[in-house]
Design a protein around this ligand. Sequence first.
Ligand code: DGJ
Length: 723
Amino acid sequence: MPILFCEKTNVFHLFNDRVSYIIRLAAGKYPLHVYWGKRVRAIRDDVLSRLTSYTDETFSLHELPLDVLPQECPTFGTGDLRPGMLHIRHADGTHALDLQVVSHRILTEKPPLSGLPSARGEQSQTLLLTLRDAYSGISVELAYTIYDDIDIIARSAKIINNGTSPIVLQEAMSACVDFEQADFSLLTLSGAWTRERGEFVRLLVPGHQGVSSERGASGHQTSPFMALLAPNTTEASGDVYAFALCYSGSFTADVSVDSFGMARAQIGINPFNFSWTLDAGSAFQTPEAYLCYSADGLDGMSRQFHALVHRRITTGKFASSRRPILVNNWEATYFDFNEEKLLSLARCAKDTGIELFVLDDGWFGERNDDTTSLGDWFVNRQKLPDGLAGFGAKLRALGLQFGLWFEPEMVSPISCLMEQHPDWCLHIPGRENVTSRSQCVLDMGLSAVQEYLFERMSGLIREAKLAYIKWDMNRSITNARSMALPPHRQGEVWHRYILGVYALLERLLNAFPQLLIESCASGGGRYDAGMLYYSPQVWASDNTDAVDRLKIQYGNSFGFPMKTMGSHVSVCPNHQTGRTAPLETRALTAMCGSFGYEMDLTQLSDAEKKQIKAQIELFKHQWQLHQLGEYHRLTDAQNDRWFTAWQVVSEDKSVALVQLVLLAPRANAPVLSVRLRGLQEDAVYEDDGGTRYTGAALMKAGLALPPMRGDYSSIQIEFQRLL
Ligand code: DGJ
């Protein structure tokens, strides 16, 4: 029974074997946050004592010092002057909201969230706390799901207008946690296009700190993720409290430290440019937030997020099975291709063992550069005379599956679609529209737009027998005004947009359950749990430089399993950085993600083709370890100067792979050694050279590596546990 309620003490205890989360109703009405951390034994435990006085009759309801009490759902108008979780404007223009618990339910089935992706509920229980503002009739349902096997609590809120007049929701966070002290560092992931998800750590200070996106997408610049680290937290030890959001639009993840040194952490839809009119009788559902507590440092935190994405978020046949190894023609040809050129690439790919051919941008309309034709999802017969069906048949005759690129959410100003439906694109009448990469954004909240895209895309998936689509999105959203909404509802456009994206993805997957979707937003510009619910892999970055990828993949690994990262071997000198790295290193780096190639294979020497064939065979042999194994960061890739190392271990700890890339060769170098993780201490492991070690020796003393030479040379060592 992972959720218990004690009527006598008014306490809810959510727990699994490792973690407890405790809520107490002050004066039987206000949900206070009592505890979140290592499992405590029972409701009687003295973790409750410090808040006991607020649950008896010492204080009348309106004398409760809510401004200094840790709360679960703080609002404006109760005496708590810290940032609230919900902000509502009533019909009379006032804002107060006094939410008190009126009932609760404990469910064994986790309810899905209407219109939004969310984690599945196997092995879980859900607490639904219903709160009500007696003055307005507004109620809020707070949902908390605790899993038996994953140390993550899923939280969301549903706001229901049971009053008689419309209200305006100005802010609706998905989760709020109050910490009684702020002695934490805040870890966030930030970057830019081609430099996604660098790790940044800062000490908390009074005031607001956090990350947010105001772009209509979660963004390259940062991620809907933050972690609070207790002092001295490392990869292997220390208390970590992390927050992530299952949402792909503008978000905020914020910690505010008050004058008493308390820290309030919140995550949810960004209130900037957001407002939602809730008519009487209607409801608003927030996205789902994930709260992860790890007593085992950052490594422990990542293991929980990886498990959540792997076991409860990615769905469909590709959640656990091997994804096809692909070749993508983008860096091989860009827009300059015809069928013969593509087929020679395909033939070469087939010879090396590649399984899926992905035709990227440029196959439709009159698109020979990035200035035209988005939205005109009709094949360009000059490039592909037999159409997509004919081209697909030729690929299948070679023994390859067919995958195709789309950028469904966009329209080029120069396109038939724009001529026919200028109102389908987001724009503000009377203002010049802002283009970016010569494109405008479709109003994905419009059902006509969704209908058009579904009809076009499903027709092509069927006709060309597509096994895969790459769903790209190459610009941020500006001028978000929808022709379908009245002025007072324009604050709904961004959220309706992302709901429209989810609805289309859902519809396509219902129609084609075997379809593999790889999402992309100029690389990792929309890499979040929301997209991963529909697309089990995301093109991690437009930067294919293997050495830069070490950093990007390292940053991603804090919150996402490696198999979610589309990762390709590309040509050298690399197209983004001009760097040259050995083919072996490029493959080693790409193999730890969702593996593929993106280069003109026809230009390779026979020796290189042979090498690629061997890499593909190796990946087919090792894929379970790479994609389903436990991943450990062994060095800090963002700051490494000498070498970067990482490790994967099978679930039963019987096989481990250590991988290392030398960043800067040194003359007369000291012994290079790394400490391994996640092995069985008392077991004996043998490496591929026949040397034996105990698990304890490898984890405590470390593994001494053979001397390495050469820029960006790399090594992979496999360990097998002996019986
Ligand atoms: C951006 C993507 O990240 C690239 O891989 C490629 O698909 C281009 N768009 C095509 O326009």
